[in-house]
Design a protein around this ligand. Sequence first.
Ligand code: ADP
Ligand code: ASP
Ligand code: MG
Length: 412
Amino acid sequence: MPLLVMKFGGTSVANIDRIRRAAKRVGVEVAKGYDVIVIVSAMAGRTNELVGWVDEISPLYDAREYDAVVSSGEAVTAGLMALTLQEMDIPARSWQGWQVPLKTNSSHSAARIEEIPTDNINAKFGEGMQVAVVAGFQGVSPEGRITTLGRGGSDTTAVAFAAAFGAERCDIYTDVDGVYTTDPRITDKARKLDKIAFEEMLELASLGAKVLQTRSVELAMRYNVRLRVLSSFEEQSDDAGTLVCAEEEIMESNVVNGIAYSRDEAKMTLISVADRPGIAAAIFGPLSNAGVNVDMIIQNISEEGRTDMTFSCPVDQVARAEKALKGAKEKGEINFHDLVADTNVAKVSAVGIGMRSQSGVAAKMFQTLRDEGINIKVISTSEIKISVLIDRKYMELAVQSLHDAFELDKSA
Ligand code: ADP
Ligand code: ASP
Ligand code: MG
């Protein structure tokens, strides 16, 4: 039997009506003759609620217990989806991550998938089961503890299953009808893309476009999974949504193809550290050990052997970063006069594979922000992206004006 993976995000399973509607979509594919693996997220808002409870009890939580709590949202929707399908006379059963088992490493709250054995589920398909409903986001560590794959991780569960089972396609059903040139919630000029290259999607996702989890795009690229993003709220044709595919499949493309943003950034500055060999290692080593995801880094000009070091990280990691750096100071590993956190910044990025061969994108981006009176705090670039850190209150304005400046509402 040909096999499809269909993933339903939080808004698509937000209540019983929505679960029924999603199950109907699954029924359509089953009627076409597919075996289906359905991956479900938790009901919309549920994971945030669970995370909130953990934070309230223990701000610097034990990540193993965090996972035990936050994985529970998916447990509920998996069972409800299987029941809904059974009520439609479609043979279905649910699987928790550990039952598959979806094996991960032990990096709790950001675990990486190591293996998905296919025998258990395939045996059930062999016995007449038509739909395996799998709880997204969860796995099990070598120590036998429940892990989660990071926020948005059900996308990664879906792609990993599609790769492991050799699915014909992996369909990601969500609350937008595809991947847009920027988040359609920020500007109604955002344009839906019929296709987007893996590299661009990877960059957009890692820079904050949460329509797909970064890791899911990485896996799709590596295993050549046909990955499609589409709406669970509309009737769908076979070419609906956005196909994430190899660059070669795309004929025309703009120099800049997307604007991404990440709202919850923080900028931290260590004032007056000794400018000596090994200082960066002494600062960023403890941060990495504390699980802080450092993004942009700048070291200022040094005066009289001392310098300021600035870096950005997610705003919810500021407490961890402070603890790690103050700990290193107490141990005498680093010395600084002050540690200043600016928690009101956001990152805005322009992405496009066309940047490899065309210059002038950075200049245009900086001019556009200047014309809006937006001050740039940190800049970083790579082959196909330019990112700036700005005050959070200008984030929407920056996205909208860059979308206009690069004429993303028009196709190439
Ligand atoms: P789900 O719960 O289905 O996983 P998410 O909320 O994780 O859905 O992702 C979908 C959301 O991603 C959309 O509602 C949209 O606001 C946001 N988004 C951000 N950037 C983009 C983009 N470039 N194209 C489409 N959606 C985007
Ligand atoms: N429920 C998890 C989250 O909200 C995983 C997901 O939806 O992909 O992050
Ligand atoms: Mg998501």
